[in-house]
Design a protein around this ligand. Structure first.
Ligand SMILES: [Zn+2]
Ligand SMILES: [Zn+2]
Length: 220
């Protein structure tokens, strides 16, 4: 067994689940960066209604961002281009996550990818917008990222859904893992799935035999 594997004790409460969550690097890094950027934004001041624009765009795009990254990047099938094998780290880890959805470290964004993602988003926000609006937008993007990590983790934890909204995303993501990996690509929100036809009735699609491999035969 993988020595880094940490399985969740059964049926944790929300507080205990949160303590396990903050034992992983990704949530702690996102939170520290988020607090630092938020502190910088508050210190600078100069608030205006324009501060709502960037977060509005981030939130409106989120269902499609999440869907597109899941379909195009996380489920990217390895291929050879000009003699080079293209198989990004995040795609490899996502296949490992599908192979063993209970292995908690595999639930989180790999740290090199997280660092790259934060750097790219920060660069875009600060290059495209005045400093004040750029920092506000970056705070919103980091909140979205943190929410994604928390939701994905909680779905794979043994915390059982008690509220209908959480039950809805919990069930959909479990369908993605255990019913058919070609559907239910959202994690925190399923608007894109509903609009793009990837949120069927559970029984309307067959149980996929490749839900654990994503159809990729891993080299020994
Ligand atoms: Zn998952
Ligand atoms: Zn997937």
């Amino acid at each position: 067994m993988n020595p880094s594997r940490r399985a969740m004790p059964t049926h944790l409460g929300l507080g205990a689940a949160a303590r396990v969550f903050f034992g992983f690097g990704s949530p702690r890094i996102i939170l520290v960066v988020l607090l630092a950027v938020l502190g910088g934004r508050v210190a600078i001041g100069g608030w205006s209604w324009w501060d709502l624009l960037g977060p509005g765009v981030v939130l409106a795009a989120q269902p499609f961002t999440e869907w597109t990254i899941h379909v195009c990047l996380l489920h990217f099938r390895p291929r050879t281009v000009a003699g080079r094998r293209i198989d990004p780290l995040v795609a490899r880890q996502h296949r490992a996550h599908h192979a063993d959805p209970r292995d908690l470290p595999l639930v989180f964004i790999p740290l090199p990818a997280l660092a790259g993602l934060i750097a790219v988003v920060a660069t875009i926000c600060l290059a495209a917008l005045p400093l004040e609006r750029g920092l506000t937008t970056l705070v919103a993007a980091l909140c979205v990222l943190f929410t994604y990590e928390w939701t994905h983790y909680l779905i794979h934890s043994s915390y059982l859904p008690r509220h209908c909204l959480y039950r809805y995303v919990w069930r959909a993501h479990r369908n993605h893992h255990f019913r058919n990996e070609h559907y239910w690509f959202g994690v925190t929100v399923h608007l894109a799935d509903h609009l793009l036809g990837t949120f069927p009735e559970r029984t309307a699609v067959p149980v996929s035999r490749t839900a654990r491999t994503l159809g990729v035969e891993e080299a020994a």
